[in-house]
Design a protein around this ligand. Structure first.
Ligand SMILES: C[S@@+](CC[C@H](N)C(=O)[O-])C[C@H]1O[C@@H](n2cnc3c(N)ncnc32)[C@H](O)[C@@H]1O
Length: 193
């Protein structure tokens, strides 16, 4: 896939990331059928989701710790952790089959920067991160409210949104934010200052 190869080059992602993606694709296709983890399981669909997950690395600031809310089968938090295995990454996901899958991928790839927390985000305690991500879980205001307990003072947010973003921005009373559009996707980035 040309777009994928171009993006990897642009983001300076090496062969190791490519290998991790191949393994993730194989495992998701195996587990996905049995455990109903993700609706879209063709290789092309999975690569599209991987591109969607890592595309924001083009424009966000670097970060040392990350929490992804509602990681499901891996998007975007697991993929971001595969792209940068030095970043401490918490994948917060309450559904146990999804948790087992995320742990299986983590162990298969030796990604010990990842910690999978089998909880709802509002029940998570004792972690503080400087980037919070989420895709397809809930609206912006609720995400900001539910993550109060895990944010560092200068925390940034990256939410993967569709087209209905303006109402959400208004409801959440956001001032400093950036929206980056790519096809049907709107990435909402709120930079911690
Ligand atoms: C529609 S799926 C999206 C999964 C993945 N982020 C993606 O984009 O493919 C929503 C996920 O959020 C999880 N979830 C729902 N409420 C949550 C909460 N309060 N805290 C953490 N995860 C939650 C669900 O278990 C589910 O796996």
């Amino acid at each position: 896939m040309i777009e994928f190869d171009k993006l990897l080059e642009e983001l300076n992602l090496d062969k190791e990331f490519n290998f991790r993606c191949e393994t993730f694709i194989t495992l998701l296709q195996q587990w996905g059928k049995v455990h109903n983890l993700s609706g879209r399981l063709s290789k092309e669909d999975i690569i599209e989701n991987i591109i969607d997950s890592i595309y924001p690395l083009k424009f966000i600031n670097s970060y040392e710790s990350l929490a992804d809310i509602g990681t499901g089968a891996g998007y975007p938090g697991l993929i971001l952790a595969m792209a940068n295995s030095k970043v401490k990454t918490y994948l917060i996901e309450p559904r146990l089959k999804r948790v087992s899958f995320l742990n299986f991928v983590k162990n298969s790839l030796g990604l010990y920067n990842i910690e999978v927390l089998a909880k709802r985000v509002e029940d998570v305690e004792n972690i503080k991160v400087d980037l919070i991500t989420s895709r397809a879980v809930t609206n912006t205001k609720l995400l900001l409210d539910l993550t109060q307990n895990i944010k560092k003072d200068q925390c940034s947010y990256l939410f993967y949104k569709g087209s209905l973003l303006n109402d959400e921005i208004e409801e959440a009373k956001l001032n400093n934010y950036k929206v980056v559009n790519k096809e049907d996707r709107n990435y909402l980035y709120i930079e911690g200052k």
